[in-house]
Design a protein around this ligand. Structure first.
Ligand code: SAM
Length: 224
């Protein structure tokens, strides 16, 4: 698809598709290249540091802030939208970060390009709650069969949402997900001890600063 597009660009394509090419050190959009690193992402980063995966990274504020604050981890971020990927890469480039990479990929496809036990943790920040079409949500019980393949024992999933219903649904279905346990949850992150180490996202800043909304937060640990 990409080779076809870059050889025969058409006017009605999203202009940010072309711009993905300007950031080869921060954006991987070619599925074959992505898949070829499956099980070898530490070679890609040229270190043995733990790898964290973010699904739906938006404009990249969280990815950039997390990788800047924690230089001893590698941050891989999956996002669908071209413009958001380009904006994210620009932010990473400005800070000359070496421990972050953005993928143009669906979060549902993580096992295609991430190997067994390859990641130590995962972030899902403010995913679409899909009100009325909840089956489309990214975080739902069936995602755990994929998470199980790529996350090592003791690994954690960190989930934030402004949507109280989504928060309650996750707490409810987690009781039936074997091998995983909710180890922390709050419906008011900004009045909890977890605030101290919290790294905000662009949606979060909007919800908290402009709308004074409460943020719901869950940590889920892989037990075996
Ligand atoms: C509501 S935004 C939140 C962005 C960011 N996490 C934040 O908190 O500011 C959700 C993001 O997830 C992306 N997204 C939606 N479905 C996705 C999927 N299946 N795989 C990867 N990204 C997805 C969207 O393009 C969007 O940028």
């Amino acid at each position: 698809m990409w080779q076809h597009f870059f050889r025969n660009p058409r006017k009605n394509y999203n202009p940010y598709m072309e711009k993905l090419k300007d950031h080869p050190e921060y954006i991987i959009y070619d599925k074959e290249i992505m898949n070829s690193y499956k099980g070898k992402w530490n070679e890609y980063f040229k270190n043995d540091n733990p790898i964290y995966l973010e699904i739906g990274s938006g404009n990249g504020n969280f990815a950039v802030r997390n990788s800047e604050k924690n230089r001893d981890i590698n941050h891989m971020a999956v996002e669908l939208r071209f413009k958001r990927l380009v904006i994210s890469a620009e932010k990473a480039q400005k800070r000359d970060l070496k421990n972050v990479v953005f993928f143009r990929r669906r979060g549902e496809q993580i096992t295609d390009f991430i190997g067994e036990n390859e990641i130590t943790g995962m972030y899902i920040n403010f995913p679409d709650p899909w009100e009325g079409k909840e089956k489309n949500r990214i975080l739902q019980p069936n995602l755990f069969s994929n998470i199980d393949k790529i996350m090592g024992k003791g690994g954690k999933l960190f989930f934030k949402t402004d949507h109280y219903g989504y928060y309650c649904d996750v707490l409810e279905f987690m009781a039936g997900v074997d091998g995983y346990e909710v180890v922390y949850n709050t419906d008011d992150l900004y009045n909890s001890p977890k605030l101290e180490n919290n790294i905000s996202t662009e949606f979060e800043d909007l919800f908290v600063i402009k709308r004074s909304m409460k943020i719901n937060y869950i940590e889920i640990e892989k037990k075996n």
